[in-house]
Ligand binder design. Structure first.
Ligand code: ADP
Length: 245
C-alpha cells in the first residue's frame, strides 16, 4: 500500500528527514515512536504533502510522487486525498456542528451531493460512537468526542491510509480510551492501513503490527511490538523506552 524510498526533508539548512525507507502492506498498523524533535510529525506531514519533501519518492496505492522533480499543485491535491490525517488538536470548525464538520470535505473537495454527504457523515459519526451528538457544536463536546469527530471527518474522504499524529496527547486521561477504541476498531474491523505517532504503549502493544523507532530523522529500528518493547536491539531505542515507561 505504501512504499517510501530515500525520503528527505529540510527546512532551510536544517535536515529533518535524512533518508527514510519504508514499506507498509495494506491493512497494517504501524506505530511510530521516538524522541521529541526526531521528525515524526514532519514525516506524517510529508506523507500527507502538508510538507513537500526535498528528495525521494512516495508511492501510495500505486500512485507515485517523485520529489526530485518539481511538484505540481493539482497533483498535490489528488495525492493528498489518498491519506486522511488526524491531528493532536482537532481543528474542527467551531461554528459548524459535528455533522457539518464531517460533511464539509466531501462536498467542497469531492463534489458529493449534500444529501449523500449528510447520510455518510451521520453513519460515520454513529460508527465513532457519536450518533446522538451529530447536531452538537464542538464547544458542546468533550475533547475525546471532538477528536472522534476529527477521525470521522478524515474517514469521510475515503482515504486509503489514515495518519494519526499524537491523537490522544491533548486529552484528559479518562477520555483517551474511547479514542483509542475507535482507532482499534478501524484497524481490526475495517482493516484500515494506519500510521500512528503515539506515546500510548499499550495501544502499540495491542494493535500495532510493527513499531518503528525514529531518531534524528532516520528509522533506527523496527520490529514487532514485543520485540521492540522487550528486546530492543539498539541502545538508543532502549534508552528512549526506559525514559517513557
Ligand atoms: P517530532 O514530531 O518527532 O517531535 P518534528 O517533526 O515536529 O519532530 O520536528 C523535527 C524538527 O523539525 C524539529 O527540530 C523542528 O523544530 C523542525 N521543524 C518542524 N517543522 C518545521 C518548520 N515548518 N520549519 C522549520 N523547522 C521545522
Amino acid at each position: 500500500m505504501i512504499n517510501i524510498k530515500n525520503l528527505h526533508k529540510s527546512f532551510g539548512d536544517l535536515e529533518v528527514l535524512k533518508g527514510i525507507d519504508l514499506e507498509v502492506e495494506q491493512g497494517k498498523v504501524i506505530v511510530l515512536i521516538g524522541p521529541s524533535g526526531s521528525g515524526k510529525t514532519t514525516f506524517l506531514r510529508c506523507l500527507n504533502l502538508l510538507e513537500v519533501p526535498t528528495d525521494g519518492t512516495i508511492e501510495i496505492d500505486e500512485k507515485v510522487m517523485d520529489f526530485k522533480k518539481p511538484v505540481r499543485k493539482n497533483s498535490i491535491t489528488s495525492f493528498r486525498s489518498l491519506t486522511g490525517m488526524v491531528f493532536q488538536s482537532y481543528n474542527l470548525f467551531p461554528h459548524k456542528t459535528a455533522l457539518e464538520n464531517v460533511m464539509e470535505g466531501p462536498i467542497i473537495v469531492k463534489n458529493i451531493a449534500k444529501h449523500q454527504a449528510k447520510e455518510t457523515a451521520a453513519a460515520l459519526l454513529t460508527k465513532v460512537g457519536l450518533g446522538e451528538k451529530i447536531d452538537f457544536y464542538p464547544f458542546q463536546l468533550s475533547g475525546g468526542q471532538q477528536q472522534r469527530v476529527g477521525i470521522a471527518r478524515a474517514l469521510a474522504m475515503e482515504p486509503k491510509v489514515m495518519l494519526f499524529d499524537e491523537p490522544t496527547s491533548a486529552l484528559d486521561p479518562e477520555l483517551v480510551g474511547d479514542v483509542l477504541q475507535v482507532m482499534k476498531d478501524l484497524a481490526k474491523d475495517e482493516g484500515m492501513t494506519m500510521i500512528v505517532v503515539t506515546h500510548e504503549m499499550r495501544f502499540a502493544r495491542e494493535v500495532a503490527d510493527e513499531v518503528i523507532f525514529m531518531d534524528e530523522g532516520k528509522i533506527m529500528e523496527r520490529g514487532k511490538p514485543e520485540q521492540i518493547f522487550t528486546n530492543p536491539k539498539e541502545a538508543r531505542t532502549r534508552k528512549f523506552l526506559n525514559m517513557i515507561q
